[in-house]
Write a protein that binds this ligand. Structure first.
Ligand code: UN1
Length: 498
């Protein structure tokens, strides 16, 4: 028996709910409502930013180690709550509970990482030309971070952003995806229990109005965003008129696995399948292309299709299932649209994804995987555009030069996996492909929090997330102290006053 939640904003240490609401539903059972959440307005967003601004001076003056220790409290609470969080996440976003558990653990790792940084250096000691002078590079927080996050990693991705932001002394306004407000709100409840003071972290639910108002508010110093390229671009455009606004944005991908001529076939098949269909293909790093050497592609296709047909698709709360549903009806229709585009573009369909309509699946957004074979062509849309679902192209290549050209021929550059036993092949792709995260003999998913999470081209604007985000949420200052009795200058500059 599950209860329907009643959502609230959290502003300056108070819960608020007023005005229109939106519902969060279970994508595996559309008739099940998870909760009703307030549809944030410009006024709510502005109040949240005002609260975060007001809390900033005291928070940045708080001992860095004390700030970090609050994350230690949070780590203990997340450990206590892991199973409940995983179940709530599975119900709200449809990922299989084992994956949800892994995501909670990934969030926990980020919390543990930032706790660890509390007693780590927050700058550098540098040498100077004048012996009597000392100088330091010291990082300072920017101020207020707006954290705008997607539904597919509704716990770990907010923590990738909130962790570095808050430990460095920024305050924050968090707007979770409108598809996963319940897990977002639960995360804030845990921050409160951990002892984070009022105003340091604020929560605004909602859709475009709340998001747009946050981005337009000049009281926000950093916008930390993961989501679609279109929204990321809009955030960058609005922010361009603000003189020192930082935007760290991760958006979109057409990630791929390249199976070289000498690849071990079973390993290559496992890596392709996991890259394409784990999380129903709804990770931003999901691989919707496997670029396979022409000598291997027949055997590869046969094994992959046979294995994919066996995947268990069903209730996300059942740990025996491999895949759950897609997030909503619109996502399902988008994948079907791209399945049709692939057919129109001349693909040979090896496995056609279908809606699952039997009694166990009829109430959810279930779609089985599609696999097709298609020749590379410079204008073929289905191998260049992001689909975000269980939709996989197998593309043959003749030589490594052609494989890297195919890999690079999209507007995205997030994640890449190479399957090979040859170190020269591995190095060739490492250097010739455009990506932010590269893997060898692995799927193109599965990064850990202390690695930079980002990409190039439309995938990211150059501020990787997770641990690397410290670069975006702080600015570096130079602090120079003279110990001589007189002012002494570098570069031979005199202080003689004539
Ligand atoms: C995402 O795809 O939105 O690298 C995040 C991974 C996970 C994070 C994925 N650690 O697959």
């Amino acid at each position: 028996m599950t209860t329907t939640l009643s959502g609230k904003h959290y502003l300056a240490g108070q819960w608020h709910a007023a005005g229109a609401t939106f519902a969060s539903t279970n994508p595996a059972r559309l008739s099940e409502t998870i909760g009703a959440f307030p549809r944030g307005t410009k006024a709510d967003a502005d109040a949240a930013v005002a609260a975060a601004r007001a809390a900033f001076p005291a928070w940045r003056r708080t001992s860095r180690i004390h700030r970090a220790e609050l994350f230690d409290n949070l780590a203990q609470i997340v450990k206590r709550e892991t199973d409940a969080l995983a179940r709530l996440m599975a119900r709200e976003c449809g990922k299989v509970v084992t994956e949800c558990r892994a995501e909670v653990v990934e969030g926990l790792h980020m919390i543990q990482y930032v706790f660890g940084t509390g007693r780590m250096p927050m700058g550098d000691v540098l040498a100077l030309e004048i012996a009597e002078k000392d100088t330091f590079m010291r990082r300072k927080p920017w101020g207020v971070a707006a954290v705008i996050t997607p539904w597919n990693f509704p716990f770990a991705v907010p923590l990738w952003m909130l962790g570095p932001s808050l430990v460095e002394g920024n305050t924050a306004v968090f707007k979770p995806s409108e598809d996963t407000p319940a897990i977002g709100q639960r995360l804030i409840e845990l921050f409160i229990e951990a002892g984070f003071p009022p105003g340091v972290i604020n929560l605004v639910h909602g859709e475009a109005e709340a998001g747009e108002a946050l981005v337009r508010n000049p009281g926000v110093n950093c916008v930390l965003f993961t989501g679609s390229y279109e929204v990321g671009k809009r955030i960058a455009e609005i922010s361009a008129s603000m003189h020192d606004r930082i935007v760290a944005s991760e958006a979109g991908s057409k990630s791929a696995v390249i199976v070289a001529e000498d690849a071990k076939l079973d390993l290559a098949v496992t890596c392709g399948l996991i890259s394409a269909f784990k999380t129903s293909g709804q990770r931003c790093v999901s691989g919707s292309r496997v670029i396979v050497h022409e000598k291997l592609i027949d055997a590869y296709a046969e094994k992959l299709v046979a294995l994919t047909k066996r995947l268990r698709i069903g209730d996300p709360l059942d740990a025996n299932n491999f895949m759950g549903p897609l997030i909503n009806q619109a996502a399902l229709e988008k994948v079907e649209r791209y399945n049709q585009i692939a057919k129109d573009e001349g693909a040979t369909i090896l496995l056609l994804g279908e809606r699952l309509t039997d009694a166990a699946h009829a109430d959810g957004c279930y779609l089985s995987p599609t696999i097709y074979r298609i020749k590379y062509g410079p204008k073929v849309r289905c191998i260049r555009e992001e689909v975000f679902g269980p939709h996989l192209a197998l593309i043959p290549f003749k030589d490594n030069e052609e494989a890297s050209r195919i890999y690079n021929d999209t507007e995205y550059g997030l994640s890449l996996a190479i399957i090979t036993e040859n170190y020269r092949t591995m190095r060739y792709f490492r250097d010739e492909c455009e990506y932010g995260m590269g893997y060898v003999n692995l799927p193109c998913i599965g990064a850990e929090v202390h690695l930079p999470f980002g990409g190039v081209k439309k995938s990211s604007n150059g501020h990787p997330s997770a641990a690397a985000l410290v670069e975006a949420v702080t600015h570096k200052t130079a602090w120079t102290v003279n110990h001589a009795e007189e002012a002494k200058m570098a570069q031979g500059l005199t202080t003689e006053i004539k």
